[in-house]
Design a protein around this ligand. Sequence first.
Ligand code: DX5
Ligand code: ZN
Length: 223
Amino acid sequence: MKNIRKLAPSLLAADFANLETDIRMAESAGVDLHHFDVMDGQFVPNISIGIPVLKAVKRVASIPIDVHLMIETPGLIIEAFIDAGADYLTVHVEAEPNLHRVVQHIRSKGVKAGVALNPHTSLSSIEEVMPDLDLILLMSVNPGFGGQSFISNTLDKLKRLKNILIHRGLTHIEVEVDGGVKLDNISDVADAGADILVAGSAIYKSGNPQNTIREMKGLLNII
Ligand code: DX5
Ligand code: ZN
């Protein structure tokens, strides 16, 4: 079974007044993706960054951008995020009534389609759409804010998801874990089966983000 792990720092924790500097710093330390968190003040109680900032990030990034939409009815606006340069585009199962249509739309544009699940959301909620996905994102905090504590039940959920993917012959689907991932738990999350590990505050709010990235890569065996 393929298991190439990727590290995806969340730009939510970066310095918004110096995004280009932080993007280049993360890339030179060898990260795989930039995680880009979009919040609408409806689906989650916070507002973050959106389409114009994604376009700006795309201009300076030289690795793929992993866009995580924490917005209501994302199908109404996904075209703009595709045009702005998303390489992965993930919507929440709780936020989209026409999930299958949205996933098909994203894929038809050559963009990787992801579905995210909140901590309380059952894996069964994506049972029918699973074969159409490129990525499944398990939230390990309640979405809306960086810097929260990892919800430990995610590890069991992650293992159950990986077993389902094996049994259904869907191991090409990447599984991403997002929220509260830090140096002291990243190995556990990887061992439980995560392919893509998002870390925001643990990287960008650390004293030396490049060292933190290198340490995390070491723990993930992706040096
Ligand atoms: C939470 C976001 C996460 C967040 C992760 O709503 O989806 O991507 O930025 O930040 P940390 O790693 O600080 O929990
Ligand atoms: Zn996220």
